[in-house]
Write a protein that binds this ligand. Structure first.
Ligand code: ARG
Length: 457
């Protein structure tokens, strides 16, 4: 066993334990062991292609890398205090197994290009998993929307009754937001799929290593354009976390709607017991913690973005050790958004929607005031006048403790809207909104077809 750090050659004193404790990142970056060994294996092939390793050494290195990975994953690897990160641990493990042949592994590479490569590979995998979880919530939303394409509910603005829409239309609105998040992940992937390996510490190497072949071996679309950029920038993490944060915001707004709908004071829906929690003191309670945590986790993921932005701003180019702090927020954001998405998919799938209560809430005559004003507009009244006249009608009715529902045919005729009483009907109001993207049956059917295609795996 080696008792010195990888870089100990020009040092006469080992690092102070306090400095070692500060620099130690294994707890976080051991998640990269699979990627570190993949990148190491591709690098071995690059060294062999460059004539720096014979076939025998290349095979021994590849086998040793796999052996170290398996031991780390199995929990049988003996970590050493000098293993400051996963890259050091893997290289030391290989060197302990192979001696001189192991010591050839790091030629032409640096932990700077290695960590950038490992992290990209890991993020690509995490983003694929997160996107699948997000797609699943969106698919549950469109399935539920399809069940409720003709069920009216009061749509709201300012959390107050506004105009009737359908439950299907409202659920589709959440699905559209998530479909855009999936598109953002797909777009990010184009920029993320670039291999930094071969950039070395910052200036490539003199060893004739081909980064393009390495990129292809690792499944990246291409290799870096500039070696300094390759080891310095972390925009690929920032962008992934930004997308995760936008998506978490969307999921938090879905959660907010679940909380509102399931508020006993409104009674439009009920969360299944499996997605509810009890109180440690109050026996009667059934609390919506799943939705509340979905809301709360969005704050934490936004915080992950701020951590990265704060750590990166103002850093001159080149690798700086500050960059080691990039992994925790990035991994946390991509993992957490998936955890939230999976819980919400279950909560929405099992949600009991009370269509009778929602339809009953559509009896509020105020929901049709805009339909009344628009009926006047269709008769030639300028909208501003129609709005004022309808508002004045509502005010005088309110003064008499009456509503639009109390007007008889004569009163509607006098007001200039003979069809008045018939307007106070959610199904009619919704059916009349035939614009594409609106709440009508035909529009929501078209939305569902479009979403179904967009959300195909
Ligand atoms: N653990 C380091 C990180 O995560 C790896 C790169 C170390 N490079 C260096 N020049 N010290 O950033």
């Amino acid at each position: 066993m080696n008792d010195r750090a990888l870089w100990s050659g020009r040092f006469s004193t080992p690092p102070a334990p306090e400095a070692q404790a500060l620099g130690h990142s294994l707890d976080v970056d051991r998640a990269l062991v699979g990627e570190d060994v993949r990148a190491g294996t591709a690098h071995v092939e690059a060294l062999r292609d460059a004539g720096l390793l014979n076939d025998d050494d290349a095979r021994r290195l590849t086998d040793a890398l796999a052996q170290v990975r398996d031991a780390i994953l199995a929990g049988t690897f003996a970590f050493d205090p000098t293993d400051e990160d996963i890259h050091s641990a893997v290289e030391r493990g290989v060197t302990d197994l192979l001696g001189d042949a192991g010591a050839k592994l790091h030629a032409g590479r640096s932990r700077n290009d290695l960590v950038a490569t490992d992290v990209r590979l890991h993020l690509l995998a995490l983003a694929t998993a997160a996107a699948e979880d997000i797609r699943a919530v969106a698919r549950v939303l469109i399935a539920r929307a399809g069940e409720h394409i003709d069920d009216p509910m009061p749509g709201s603005t300012h959390v107050r009754p506004a105009q009737p829409i359908t439950v299907g239309h409202h659920l589709c609105a959440h699905a559209w937001a998530l479909a855009r998040d999936l598109d953002r992940f797909a777009d990010w992937r184009r920029r993320a799929s670039v291999s930094p390996l071969g950039a070395g510490a910052l200036a490539t190497s003199t060893l004739g290593i081909d980064p393009v072949a390495t990129a292809a071996r690792l499944g990246f679309d291409r290799s870096f354009d500039n070696s300094v950029d390759a080891v310095s920038d972390r925009d690929v993490l920032q962008e992934a976390v930004a997308v995760a944060s936008i998506c978490a915001t969307h999921l938090s707004r879905l959660a907010a709607d679940l909380l509102r709908w399931t508020d006993p004071a409104l009674g439009w829906a009920e969360l299944d017991e499996a997605f509810s929690t009890g109180s440690s003191m109050m026996p009667q309670k059934r609390n919506p913690d799943t939705a509340e945590l979905a809301r709360g986790k969005a704050a934490r993921i936004a915080g992950d973005f701020v951590t990265l932005a704060a750590m990166l701003q103002g850093l001159p180019l080149g690798y700086q050790r500050d960059l080691q702090e990039d992994k925790e927020p990035a991994f946390d954001a991509l993992e957490t958004v998936g955890v939230v998405a999976r819980a919400l998919a279950g909560a929405v799938h099992t949600l009991r929607i009370d269509v009778v209560a929602m339809r009953a809430a559509c009896a509020d005559p105020g929901l049709y005031a805009t339909d009344v004003a628009e009926a006047l507009v269709k008769g030639g009244v300028p909208f501003r006048d129609a709005h004022r006249r309808t508002g004045e009608l509502l005010r005088s009715l309110a003064d008499e403790e009456r509503t639009l529902a109390d007007l008889d045919a004569d009163a509607w005729n006098t007001f200039g809207v003979p069809e008045g009483a018939g307007l106070l009907d959610p199904d009619r109001s919704i059916a009349a909104r035939t614009a594409p993207g609106g709440p009508s049956h035909g529009s929501v059917e078209a939305q569902l077809a479009a979403l179904d295609a967009l959300l195909a795996p």
